[in-house]
Design a protein around this ligand. Structure first.
Ligand code: AMP
Length: 299
């Protein structure tokens, strides 16, 4: 089974205390698609401008990502730049240039409309809904978001939440959305907005899954050296959806293990700038790290 992924397809300029890398392949959909591709075929929906480097198209192709839903239009590719503080956790957005995303309307090729697993990676919630409108009967739909949409498109996001199975957000976004400091109380409030499965990401401290059966605490893989955490959240959810789409049995049964796989792909993502490290790993390396993480979390 394949995973359909819509989100931003971007050029990222990233500054850390140690280095600066301009115009890397980035965007929520790019990170999620590469992460998912280690487990399942991926269908990508997005838009780039004519300035989008050909080598980045080749990189998608190397991961066998279906690009029929990637529009290449006149104009400039979405460009995002950000800067990390010394602790590598706090990040400041320096600039967001929407470029071709300003007029983007996702149009799903016929072959995409029957996809069972759908990841609405971070992008304007109205666009996420527009993709859902074109799907026939997806089996499992997960949406990701960011603080920007809570600030400028909350009504659209609330409409979307009524239509998704799963919702992924980070801890500060969960608190902002619910105006609740206690995460468990916040999770309860988010379930009331629609999603049956809610995942709160806590960066280097892992993630919490909440379902009607209770909670699961998913650890993050500890790293000695973090080079660039950009896209770790997208890699987490992409890896999770890729794994889920190929696992046998009901989603509820597989979700915990899927989160562990997502965590592991996210850890690789943090070890290089942009997608540089993630695009070099193998499924075998992922499986080995999952085993190590199982050992570390056992008691
Ligand atoms: P993360 O580190 O998981 O928060 O994701 C970082 C990615 O989000 C980068 O690759 C950016 O290109 C992308 N991004 C930043 N701002 C936006 C935005 N407003 N809409 C969609 N994607 C964005």
């Amino acid at each position: 089974m394949s995973v359909l992924i819509v989100g931003s397809t971007a050029l990222d300029s990233i500054k850390t205390p140690k280095a600066e890398n301009p115009r890397l392949l980035g965007g929520s959909a790019s990170h999620a698609a590469v992460a998912a591709s280690f487990f399942a075929p991926v269908k990508l929906v997005g838009v780039v401008g004519k300035d989008f480097p050909k080598r980045y198209v080749s990189l998608y192709r190397k991961h066998k990502i279906d690009l029929e839903g990637l529009q290449i239009v006149d104009g400039k590719t979405f460009h995002w730049s950000g800067e990390y503080e010394v602790n590598m956790n706090n990040r400041r957005t320096l600039e967001t240039e929407l470029g071709v995303f300003e007029t983007f309307t996702p149009k799903l090729p016929a072959a995409y409309q029957d996809s069972s697993f759908v990841l609405l990676a971070n992008i304007a919630p109205a666009l996420q809904s527009h993709v859902l409108d074109q799907m026939r009967r997806p089996k499992f739909v997960v949406a990701d978001t960011m603080d920007l949409w809570l600030n400028i498109a909350l009504p659209d996001l609330l409409k979307l939440l009524k239509r998704v199975d799963g919702f992924v957000l980070n801890d500060s976004e969960a608190r902002q959305l619910t105006k609740e400091d206690n995460l468990l109380v916040a999770l309860k409030k988010i379930h009331k907005l629609g999603p049956k499965f809610v995942i709160v990401k806590k960066g280097e401290h892992g993630a919490i899954l909440s379902t009607r059966d209770g909670l699961f605490l998913s650890p993050a893989f500890p790293l000695h050296r973090v080079v660039d955490p950009t896209g770790a959240g997208d890699s987490f959810v992409g890896g999770m959806m890729g794994y889920l789409s190929t696992a046998n049995g009901p989603v509820e049964k597989n979700l915990r293990r899927a989160m562990i796989y997502g965590s592991v792909v996210a850890s690789f993502c943090c070890e290089g700038f942009g997608l540089k490290f993630t695009t070099r790993i193998t499924r075998k390396a992922i499986d080995e790290r999952v085993k190590k993480l199982e050992w570390l979390a056992r008691f």
